[in-house]
Design a protein around this ligand. Structure first.
Ligand code: LRH
Ligand code: MN
Length: 416
């Protein structure tokens, strides 16, 4: 889109939505930040029926930081990187190591990045009987230890956010006592809350199924909220887009948590089947979610939620996929900023159902907000289309060449 087209686009949006609303939307896109996951740059993903190894994938946390730094350079919106303890701070994938985390923090900052949310890893070797809910006390202790270490890393080296996703559940009725797993998890979280600083915010992630099929300990927002409340006032709920049954009204879960002032966070991705973890699509659902977040002052304000991308790729280019997600989130934010809430609520008061819906959709579905996103990037001297800029940069062929030489120090070889 040329400068002229952007100006025309802004002019027509000013006419339809008003100059002040459009200006606020441009400012919001300029300030928007989202965390990227370290694991998107590695070989993790690809589904269980294939072993596609993406060319030029990041072989260790330092190459992941290189890729994340390049994404931040092109988007100006992703200086924080989420890490997984046994993927990024471990030499054996069995235990986390604080000193490696110190090294990774230095490496991140030397690339203009910051460590973001810390994810204890409850799903690698030895997690087949569960983690914090396991019947096996030794297993529970091991994961409690790893979580306390991850809490220390979050408190002392990153942004004081600890996000917990438990794969715990069962595959057959009768395999376990459902209430036993719940009480084991509550007991484990109690020990963790006594050993992790309460300046650390703990976000509990739920998932409707997988790897559990018959039962999942943390299967929905309600179970995650109850666990968070049993943990303490510094705990909340983490919503992952792909962790719901189809037709679940996710924006209503957001509205409910904001309404009850519960700490919240997001793992943004898009799914067409189940927990696909695909790149974020700028669809009406994401726009409606951003409307609730903007209205609830949860993007920039006092009630700020922790916004993260959690995706992994099958065959698509990983770096293009995460830049595409950032672009889609900025587009969704711009749409949400265009809703004139005062006018919408007048339609609602009049019970003008269809007029309210059409007015809402004018902003969230029909408006072309690309001129707003481009103007914001122009103002920040950033490429208008960061995905295209990535393709033109030659970065992909550079990393494929560089990372094809085999003499990598194994200690650093990453497991994700
Ligand atoms: C589980 C999940 C969780 C992560 C993992 C990589 O499906 O969404 O957030 O820890 O993906
Ligand atoms: Mn997730």
């Amino acid at each position: 889109m040329t400068e002229k087209q952007i100006e025309y686009g802004i002019e027509s949006l000013n006419l339809e939505f008003g100059k002040e609303i459009v200006n606020n939307a441009v400012k919001a896109v300029e300030e928007f930040k989202v965390e990227v996951p370290s694991w998107i740059f590695g070989k993790f993903g690809g589904g269980r029926f294939g072993d596609f190894i993406p060319p030029g994938y990041a072989r260790n946390i330092f190459e992941k930081l290189d890729d994340a730094a390049f994404v931040n350079k092109l988007t100006g919106a992703s200086e924080q990187i989420a890490t997984h303890t046994l993927w990024d701070f471990s030499t054996d994938g069995l235990e986390g190591c604080y000193d490696i985390a110190v090294e990774v923090k230095k490496a991140a900052e030397s690339r203009g990045l910051k460590l973001g949310s810390i994810n204890p890893t409850y799903f690698l070797t030895g997690s087949h009987t569960g983690s914090l809910s396991s019947y096996n006390e030794k297993v529970r202790e091991r994961y409690i230890e790893q979580t306390i270490l991850s809490g220390k890393i979050a408190d002392e080296l990153s942004n004081k956010i600890l996000t917990l996703w438990l794969p715990d559940g069962s595959n057959y009725p009768g395999q376990i006592e459902l209430d036993k797993l719940i009480s084991n998890t509550i007991d484990s979280l109690k020990i963790i809350s006594e050993n992790v600083s309460n300046s650390v915010k703990v976000l509990i992630e739920y998932k409707v199924f997988e790897p559990g099929t018959y039962s999942t300990v943390l299967a929905d927002w309600g179970s995650a909220l109850m666990m968070a409340q049993s943990y303490g006032p510094n705990a909340g709920v983490l919503i992952d887009m792909g962790h719901h049954y189809h037709s679940t009204n996710i924006e209503q879960i957001v509205a409910r948590l904001i309404n009850s002032k519960i700490h919240g966070g997001f793992h943004f991705n898009t799914r067409y089947a189940a927990d696909d973890d695909h790149s974020v699509e700028p669809n009406p659902e994401i726009a409606r979610i951003f409307y609730e977040l903007v209205k609830g002052d949860a993007i920039f304000g006092s009630n700020k939620w922790d916004l993260m991308i959690d995706q992994c790729s099958s065959r698509e280019n990983r770096i293009q996929a995460v830049i595409h997600s950032i672009d889609s989130l900025q587009i969704s934010l711009a749409k949400a900023m265009l809703v004139d809430k005062k006018r919408l609520m007048e339609y609602q008061k009049e019970d003008s159902i269809i007029l309210a819906n059409r007015f809402f959709n004018n902003a969230l579905i029909l408006a072309d907000v690309r001129p707003i996103v481009y103007k914001a990037r122009n103002n920040k001297k950033l490429p208008l289309d960061p995905v295209e800029a990535f393709v033109q940069s030659g970065y992909q062929s550079e990393i494929e060449k560089e990372r094809s030489n085999k003499n990598l120090n194994p200690v650093l070889e990453s497991r994700s």
